[in-house]
Design a protein around this ligand. Structure first.
Ligand code: ATP
Length: 253
């Protein structure tokens, strides 16, 4: 292991589903404390890339190195490495029969083997952080989508991850609830959390991300500072995409 490590490093990553090649040689890295947003049209491979980062999807070829540990090495302890990564999905994925508190405690208890009191303390601390501590005893169905997503973020944070992956975390929310979730993510970014975020929220990408990666057709078309990629893109494909998404009369992205 070298001294200075990337939080995550992706090298020449390919992923096919049968005949369909979805990722066609992806190279990039995220440094500790960085926020990187991945943007691009529907079907460009953004979710697949994110899912390859913690090997929820097995890459067809290429390397994924997480904090110096090569996840694509068949001998690696994948469970241990995965524990370093928190993931937040579009569809919250909370357990419906458990309270908010139980949802945030369960993986701590089962995976990290934390005692009940410690798991509860950490759960309450993280529910406080996402501004939803007063809902501890509620069930997911009693919460709005934005509240459920904040619980999902607290659940991921409670595992003490080195890297947080967000896969379109606001896409399933009513528009008026999007801001609450983005505010939590912004706070995490300001606290120095390393984050890789697939999002259609261009203002968030521009204002919060250190870097923005634009993907199209399974390749990275542009990767640069957020203000540059969103505000002054260099590639025609990026310009065309941003024209479409920033024009409110277009919804087909
Ligand atoms: N498990 C799978 N099996 C087969 N094809 C898949 C699978 N997962 C994704 N795909 C295909 O891979 C392509 C890229 O999908 P992916 O979800 O990564 O794109 P995306 O950029 O995240 O799109 P969106 O913004 O719509 O979520 C799509 O054509 C999709 O149908």
């Amino acid at each position: 292991m070298s001294g200075v490590e990337h939080a995550v490093e992706i090298r020449d990553l390919h992923k096919s589903f049968g005949e369909l090649e979805v990722l066609k040689g992806i190279d990039f890295s995220v440094e500790p404390g960085q926020v990187v947003c991945v943007i691009g049209p529907s079907g460009s491979g953004k979710s697949t890339l994110l899912r390859c980062v913690n090997l929820l999807e097995q890459p067809t070829s290429g390397r994924v190195v997480l904090e110096g540990v090569e996840l694509t090495d068949p001998d690696v302890d994948l469970d241990a490495a995965r524990r370093r990564v928190g993931m937040v999905f579009q569809q919250f994925n909370l357990f419906p029969h458990m309270t908010v508190l139980e949802n945030v405690m369960i993986a701590q208890r089962r995976v990290l083997k934390r005692g009940k009191a410690e798991a509860e303390r950490v759960a309450r601390e993280n529910l406080e952080k996402v501004g939803i501590a007063e809902k501890c005893d509620a069930y997911p169905a009693q919460l709005s989508g934005g509240q459920q997503q904040r619980v999902a973020i607290a659940r991921a944070l409670a595992m003490n991850p080195a890297l947080m992956l967000f896969d379109e975390p606001t896409s399933a929310l009513d528009p008026e609830l999007v801001g609450d979730v983005l505010a939590v993510m912004r706070k995490l970014a300001e606290e120095g959390m390393t984050m890789l975020v697939v999002t259609h929220e261009m203002a968030f990408a521009r204002d919060v991300a250190d870097r923005v990666v634009f993907m199209d057709g399974g390749v990275i078309v542009e990767d640069g500072q957020a203000a540059q990629v969103i505000g002054d893109p260099q590639q025609e494909r990026t310009k065309a995409f941003l024209r479409r998404v920033l024009d409110p009369t277009h919804t087909d992205v």
